[in-house]
Design a protein around this ligand. Structure first.
Ligand code: FPP
Ligand code: MG
Length: 253
């Protein structure tokens, strides 16, 4: 968990520089306080400390899982930068990017926890990966829905950040399924013309894009629950995992 948290925090230090975000978790983003160079180096340092802790586990399978996460985080960010340049993506590409930028960290961290526990069947290791993957996809879908619903105060980071960065996330993509003739030109312009953001918000409202995103997140949370219910014996720990899957889709911040 410590290693996962260090990798996650390192990626956010870097992400806030790339996204030029003002705030993170309700506080000024690190690059605002310490400058870009220090924020990037702080991310690198955390990544280095995480690598040392990982090596000290003396488990090559876990090293492979967690190194794969770092590769996937970078891959996800590159896909996102490409999307933000062209302004256009489809649901399949969006979900693939979400796996790389969010779900892989959770999938491989859960798998690593199962591997480190030892004495577990391959089915339990697979279930742990499957649980983390679906929790990750659900988490990112809710994150993308909240970007439209939340305020900067409730989110602790800027609202409507994705649209303003020219990114089309699930609520926009659902709206584009039925209202593409209106939305696709604005998506391709990365919502930069006056009125584009308002147009996107109107289309999302008309197509119920935010609720459809939340429903898709719920389907993934249920898949996460099914994974642990099918592979683990009843226990308070299994209950906690099921509870966590509910919390991921119920959150409002
Ligand atoms: C947040 O996404 C960002 C990520 C999930 C990953 C960022 C990854 C990198 C910058 C690659 C470098 C990786 C390492 C390990 C140093 P978001 O911008 O959609 O979410 P937000 O609204 O919380 O900022
Ligand atoms: Mg960001």
């Amino acid at each position: 968990a410590e290693i996962t948290e260090m990798i996650h925090t390192a990626s956010l230090f870097h992400d806030d520089v790339i996204d030029e975000a003002d705030t993170r978790r309700g506080q000024p983003a690190a690059h605002h306080v310490f400058g870009n160079k220090m924020a990037i180096l702080a991310g690198d340092y955390l990544l280095a400390r995480a690598s040392i802790s990982l090596a000290r586990l003396r488990n090559v399978d876990v090293v492979e899982c967690m190194s794969t996460v770092i590769e996937h985080l970078v891959r996800g960010e590159v896909l996102q930068i490409k999307d933000s340049r062209t302004g256009v993506t489809d649901m399949e590409g969006y979900l693939r990017k979400n796996f790389y930028k969010t779900a892989s960290l959770m999938a491989n961290s859960c798998k690593s926890a199962a591997l480190l526990r030892g004495n577990v069947t391959p089915a339990v290791v697979d279930a742990a990966y499957c649980y983390g993957k679906h929790i990750g996809v659900a988490f990112q879908l809710i994150d993308d829905a909240l970007d439209f619903e939340g305020s900067a105060a409730s989110l602790g980071k800027p609202a409507l950040a994705d649209l303003n960065a020219g990114l089309s996330t699930a609520p926009v993509l659902f709206a584009a399924e039925s209202l593409g003739h209106q939305l696709i030109p604005a998506m391709a312009r990365k919502f930069k013309e006056p009125g584009d953001v308002e147009l996107a918000l109107r289309c999302i409202h008309e197509a119920d894009g935010v609720n459809r995103t939340k429903k898709l997140a719920t389907i993934h949370a249920e898949k996460a629950m099914d994974a642990v219910m099918g592979a683990l014996e009843p226990s308070p720990f299994r209950d906690s995992l099921v509870h966590l899957a509910c919390r991921v889709v119920d959150r409002s911040s």
